[in-house]
Ligand binder design. Structure first.
Ligand code: F6R
Length: 611
């Protein structure tokens, strides 16, 4: 989604803003721009459609320098990607705003402002903010006071950064539904929608909370909360993670992140396993008491995180004996749900800022759930702050838009949840838990072995480069793994891919199978294997080409039209985690062969903070 960077300093901050935008590129965008209070005492801007590199080129041709400025990468919601719709938006020549989020009452405000004589030059909802702010500034005389009066009239979601040539001693920020963080320097301060954008200038951060307004000066920061009271927000220091924005030896962030999985899974397990059991306190001090009461689990998430939830349903019902429902957040939030007594409400999210998942959590609070638990990769996210219990995945920043290491660490966290809930309820045998704890300890090594299949999968990818459609099949907990494999392939290679439970094949999709439709399947050696083999025969009998990721003991080997890749053996319960890896590698190498933009696929954004 959109990204914001701002700075106020005694030096020229153009390079800081551009570097910040580059670090936000991974979030997805279609245009970029910046505005500076220049050395002549006026506001000046450059905006370009396309990548930040286009903006950089424009700045090389027509340089801009200044000590106060704001910058933005836009992901179009209202109005097509165009230079006019790119941020910053101006009112007159002396007021500039950048905005993340959506203003829901923009039409009514636009009509009112037109009536007051304002002329609009874009199709965006954002432009109403800057004109309304200008109107308030004329009435009230002070920029900070005017911003407070402006946000009081906005409905919807916003993260805002504001500068004015009339009061160039300050950079203003306002947050409601869209994250903002202040970066603290020495004699200079910064603002961004994600701390990663500022790691080159500081490691000290102050996170704004919902409803906060901040006045950022060179050597001070003043924050007011939603009720207008001055507040002190905590300063946190991030010493690690600056290297996350670097691809290192890898060609793409996605490949780097796939290869990080053994270490981030290890980190996600650290401090959470006892000798023979999961340490329930890892979920929070009240977790043991709450988990003992759990009679149902409702999981809500989007996209890849939803697929993790789908896997967890198999685990929670089979291992912990708890009924579990899983739903995509965009449906759940608008549905009238019937809540069973003692239901634990679980959200799963890499970013913790996904608008639909957050809204689902907020709605759930009024519905009488036992408690809410967030499985999330970002400790300071809204989802974590607003949930009763939390288990953080330790994947580190995920830059590739297509989620990889976040998914596998979510699965690890969900297995920990399954074991903790099963034990607390007395529905999981100690020996079963001890066995799985042992298997979890071995998981990082198994993932390392799975990554050694890299070259083999690269070769298999050639089968897909010229194809337009694929089917992914799986049974049991491998069905959501197939869904995740299909999602990865379509996201980054733009090949149409659909996932089916293998048993559904003959109920319809078999009609599609021919030699132009490769069928990918995951086949661990479990009690569903023989059933799956019959489904594979159905494909072969119709001339369909098969790619099978199979356990060595599964009795599946290469044959005409059948390409088998052997996956290291693993306990069946953990197989969904391991079998995800070759599917990630497959989509990666197909995309590389097709020459698509692997890390920033078209039309997609990393953290979906709008509905
Ligand atoms: C797919 C992908 C998305 C996200 C979805 C939810 O590769 O990354 O489907 O999983 O947008 O995002 P989070 O997990 O941040 O809530």
């Amino acid at each position: 989604m959109c990204g914001i960077v701002g700075a106020i300093a005694e030096r020229n901050i153009t390079a800081v803003l551009v570097e910040g935008l580059k670090r936000l590129e991974y979030r997805g965008y279609d245009s970029a721009g910046l505005a500076l209070f220049n050395t002549e005492g006026a506001l000046e801007r450059r905006r370009r459609v396309g990548k930040v590199a286009e903006l950089e080129r424009a700045l090389a041709g027509e340089p801009l320098a200044g000590r106060l400025g704001i910058a933005h990468t836009r992901w179009a919601t209202h109005g097509a990607p165009s230079e006019n719709n790119a941020h910053p938006h101006f009112s007159g020549n002396d007021l500039a705003v950048v905005h993340n989020g959506i203003i829901e009452n923009h039409e009514a405000l636009r009509e009112r402002l037109k009536g007051l004589g304002y002329v609009f030059s874009s199709d965006t909802d954002t432009e109403v903010i800057v004109h309304l702010l200008d109107h308030k500034l004329q009435e009230l005389g002070d920029l900070t006071t005017a911003l407070k009066a402006t946000v009081a009239e906005l409905h919807g979601a916003y993260g805002l950064a504001v500068i004015s040539a009339k009061q160039p001693d300050r950079l203003l920020a306002a947050r409601s539904g869209s994250p903002l963080v202040i970066g603290l320097g020495h004699g200079e301060n910064f603002l961004a929608s994600d701390q990663l954008a500022l790691r080159q200038v500081t490691d000290r951060f102050m996170y704004l909370e919902e409803g906060d307004i901040a006045e950022i000066r060179r050597d001070s920061v003043q924050v007011w909360d939603a009720s207008g009271r001055p507040v002190q927000r905590e300063t946190v220091q991030h010493r690690e993670g600056a290297e996350a924005a670097d691809k290192g030896e890898y060609r793409h962030f996605m490949l780097k992140e796939i290869h990080e999985q053994p270490s981030v899974v290890q980190r996600t397990l650290e401090g959470r396993l006892g000798q023979q059991q999961v340490l329930v306190d890892a979920f929070g001090p009240q977790a043991a008491e709450l988990f003992a009461k759990v009679r149902n689990v409702q999981i809500v998430a989007c996209g890849t995180s939803y697929h993790a939830g789908m896997v967890a349903r198999y685990w929670l019902e089979e291992l912990a004996g708890v009924p579990c429902q899983v739903e995509v957040a965009s449906e759940f939030r608008y549905r009238k749900v019937v809540v069973q007594p003692d239901t634990l409400f679980v959200t799963i999210s890499q970013s913790g800022e996904t608008a639909d998942t957050l809204a689902a959590l907020r709605n759930a609070k009024a519905l009488g759930y036992l408690a809410s638990l967030a499985i999330c990769n970002v400790g300071i996210s809204s989802l974590v702050r607003e949930s009763d219990l939390t288990l953080l995945t330790q994947a580190g920043p995920e830059i590739g838009v297509a989620s990889t290491k976040a998914f596998t660490t979510q699965l690890v966290a969900l297995m920990l949840l399954t074991l903790a809930v099963g034990r607390a309820r007395g529905s999981l045998e100690g020996a079963v838990e001890a066995g799985l704890v042992e298997e979890l300890r071995r998981l990082p090594a198994r993932l390392g072995e799975a990554l050694a299949m890299d070259r083999t999968v690269e070769k298999i990818a050639e089968l897909f480069a010229e194809k337009h459609h694929t089917l992914f099949l799986g049974r049991g907990a491998q069905y959501p793994v197939a869904m995740e494999g299909a999602l990865k392939l379509k996201e980054i290679s733009y090949i149409h891919a659909e996932a089916y439970p293998a048993g559904e094949l003959k109920h319809g999709p078999l009609a599609l199978v021919d030699s132009d439709m490769p069928v990918v399947t995951v086949a661990p050696n479990n009690e569903l294997l023989e059933k799956l083999k019959s489904n594979l025969q159905e494909v072969r009998a119709r001339g369909g080409e098969l790619v099978v990721f199979a356990d060595r003991e599964a009795g599946l080997d290469n044959g005409e039209g059948t390409h088998v890749v052997h996956v290291p053996h693993i306990a069946d319960a953990l197989a969904p985690i391991l079998y995800t890896v070759p599917l990630q590698l497959l989509s990666y190498y197909v995309a590389v062969l097709k020459g698509t933009d692997v890390d920033q696929p078209r039309n997609l954004a990393k953290s979906v903070t709008v509905e």
